[in-house]
Design a protein around this ligand. Sequence first.
Ligand SMILES: Nc1nc2c(c(=O)[nH]1)N[C@H]1C(S)=C(S)[C@@H](COP(=O)(O)OP(=O)(O)OC[C@H]3O[C@@H](n4cnc5c(=O)[nH]c(N)nc54)[C@H](O)[C@@H]3O)O[C@H]1N2
Ligand SMILES: Nc1nc2c(c(=O)[nH]1)N[C@H]1C(S)=C(S)[C@@H](COP(=O)(O)OP(=O)(O)OC[C@H]3O[C@@H](n4cnc5c(=O)[nH]c(N)nc54)[C@H](O)[C@@H]3O)O[C@H]1N2
Ligand SMILES: [Mo]
Length: 602
Amino acid sequence: MFGGGGLTNEKAYALGKFARVVLGTSQIDYNGRFCMSSAAAAGTRAFGLDRGLPFPLEDIPRTGCVILVGSNLAETMPPALRFFDELKANGGTLIVVDPRRTRTADHADLHLAPRPGTDLALALGLLHLVVAEGRVDEEYVDRRTSGWEEARAAAMAHWPEYVERVTGVPVPQLREAVRLFCAPEAAMVLTARGPEQQSKGTDTVGAWINLCLATGRAGRPLSGYGCLTGQGNGQGGREHGQKADQLPGYRKLTDPAARRHVAEVWGVDPDRLPGPGRSAYELLDALGTDIRSLLLMGSNPVVSAPRAAHVEERIRALDFLAVCDVVLSETAALADVVLPVTQWAEETGTTTSLEGRVLLRRRAVAPPRGVRSDLYVMHELAARLGVEKGFPTDPEEVFEELRRASAGGPADYSGITYRRLARENGVFWPCPATPETETAADEAPEGAEDAEDASLDTAAPADDPARDTEGAGAAHPGTPRLFLDRFATDDGRARFAPVSHRPVAEEPDDEYPVLLTTGRVVAQYQSGAQTRRVAELNAAAPGPFVELHPRLAARLGAAEGDPVAVVSRRGRAVAPARITTGIRRTPSSCRSTGRARAGPTP
Ligand SMILES: Nc1nc2c(c(=O)[nH]1)N[C@H]1C(S)=C(S)[C@@H](COP(=O)(O)OP(=O)(O)OC[C@H]3O[C@@H](n4cnc5c(=O)[nH]c(N)nc54)[C@H](O)[C@@H]3O)O[C@H]1N2
Ligand SMILES: Nc1nc2c(c(=O)[nH]1)N[C@H]1C(S)=C(S)[C@@H](COP(=O)(O)OP(=O)(O)OC[C@H]3O[C@@H](n4cnc5c(=O)[nH]c(N)nc54)[C@H](O)[C@@H]3O)O[C@H]1N2
Ligand SMILES: [Mo]
């Protein structure tokens, strides 16, 4: 089975349960592996827990400085842009780290344009300066972290001049970034796919977290590290069991206590639960070998998977493919059976925002005739496979079970109900149940409608924890801010990552002399399965294009709009050229790598 981070919490949960209980297979994973997984791994390694942001978005305007690393949120999360503009209006500063001068970088006080794939060196260079300039928060490092000595030693090997050679970012800009980041009392580092989708993404994010830890900017009010999670339910979709190694509530499939707990909720013998399976790419790569059939829900891997042409070959080698989708995607077009399903406004369900805020979305329009929900599909398939119970079609019923399954886990939803969600404009996990927690059965039917009005009230201040308890007796208020007292590690301390700069997986050479990196556009979404069907969006963004610096364009003899072929060791694509000074000059950055390699390693 293969799922997606756009599925609601209820669907992601049911999918994981379906694989393990109905099919008895370990072979399930999802597209989030191609998204922010490296940040999740780095966050877990450092803090003992992965939640996109450990604070609400509303904290951003009130901090002193934000370093935004490889996020082009002006195009990819336009509604979030206002928090950064408010930050600046309040006197805070914004530093954007992106090889391109993006629409987001246009909002920055300082734009650092590193050579792609060198963020690890950049973060270490900043940490070097923090140490050299005596800006380490020694008391915090002592009391709340471990591993500093090793991380410090690694950072000290990254001299500013060396980092300038590797990254192309001039030393005065490095110094300015440290000054802006360290001057205010609170500051944040936020990463997105730019630094994360690298062969060394986990270490790169670890280096940025190190910068936060050394300066005492994690687990304190208005400070911290966060990952700007992408898909519609990019956060909740990674918590409830559609991952190969995972049980609901962000539990580990290898943890015997977690297995016992979840098996009891599911009414099965814990020994019957399969162990961890293959992760996304390995799973797709194995299609047509020991995996003979696939049920796919919420992803279009023929377009979006790495080595997509190879993955398509693997998919074609299957005996049987079934796809649940809203549209006939490129992947659905290869299926033996396509099950048309409802989406978004056509159905009720919960999602969890990048801040860990669980949100209720109620059905707003009727689906087309004959179109069923993913939950209905799983219910019917389970029944035909001999499992009559445990796969309800009503999302709230699924959520009630998810609450119990997640109880006691890192992402504990047990104190959250649909009724609360509607009333409180979302609830942040972890939110354990208390004796006062209501169940769905307590819910008065007419209450739901008042609640829906309340959910439109987005003005509720997130910084007032009292609002969370309003009208809910002594229910747990939820946790808008994590780590204020301790981190989620065994000893409560955050861990520095012992990381050093290393080159990208493939450096430019004589045969492939140019660096390619990718970015998204506001008018198209993901593989485009949905947005390429909208005429207005296609008019705004008809297809991919290749940005070239004028120097490179001149060298290639390419004019604006000319078709250019991009050739890598893995494939070839042709797209029109767009000539812009907003992108780094590749040739000079190639030369500087050469120097950095040839020079002595400090
Ligand atoms: N309109 C639209 N919105 C979307 C999506 C979409 O497809 N379309 N997808 C959604 C999803 S799933 C996600 S994950 C998010 C992604 O959101 P973002 O992470 O903001 O999106 P990207 O454009 O992939 O990458 C961000 C920036 O990283 C830069 N970059 C490239 N290489 C490097 C590097 O080596 N270092 C650094 N520091 N930066 C680099 C690129 O120039 C780009 O501007 O957006 C979500 N929102
Ligand atoms: N070249 C390249 N590859 C990339 C990326 C990139 O920037 N460049 N980005 C990577 C990232 S960050 C991500 S997140 C992935 C995304 O990769 P994909 O998961 O392939 O992205 P989508 O195009 O959103 O595909 C989701 C599919 O699910 C369907 N769908 C939507 N809602 C529902 C639902 O409720 N139920 C069901 N059953 N189906 C539904 C949609 O119609 C669509 O066909 O791609 C990754 N791959
Ligand atoms: Mo993503």
